[in-house]
Design a protein around this ligand. Sequence first.
Ligand code: SAH
Length: 219
Amino acid sequence: MDKKSLKYDRQREEMVHRQIESRGITDPNVLLAMRTVQRHLFVSEALMDQAYGDHPLPIGEQQTISQPYIVAEMTQALVLNKDDRVLEIGTGSGYQAAILAEIAFRVYTVERLYPIFVKARKLFDELRYYNVVTKYSDGTSGWSDESPFDAIMVTAGSPEIPQVLVNQLAIGGRMIIPVGDQYTQELVKIFKDEQGIHKSNLGGCRFVKLVGEYGWREL
Ligand code: SAH
């Protein structure tokens, strides 16, 4: 292992300690995944030294990789089991999908911007995330062929909860989605059972726009 990689290992350990554990994330699978996935590999070389900072970073095409804490918070909220099939809308850098792939059985991730999709696909292959399945399309209509999903995570802000996604959630399934206007959103958790859906609010957040048929109409 080279010097640089050791440096990032230390930064990652510190990130988990200061930003994740000390703010109340307790799910051992989430903590292990955050310790394992090499976040610096999901940003451009020029930004690698900032990869473990307490903030989002640009990934090109006006998109961002989320702040480490929000990744951990959203992942924990899904209460994942190791045999779960998870749908992610908004592949972006691929970092969140990699975290999910460390914990769940299989991750289906959808991205609408081609250059971002291609970059993430290549990275999943290089890092041997063979349980990540990718698709280049508008994720607001989900992935009906592979539904129902045990968990769905939307990593872009939506004006409302797309009913199609709720329909693709299994009974017992959990979904997490930022809902609000383009400047600020609330993180909404949805639990689906035989009676219907139950919503709870996890607090404020700020994501880039979910653009598509059942999201925002344009960037
Ligand atoms: N989960 C990502 C965060 C990505 S930012 C990560 O870990 O890095 C949000 C991403 O959602 C952007 O790449 C954006 O292009 C994508 N996106 C926005 N609307 C979308 C849609 N309707 N379908 C699929 N992807 C979408």
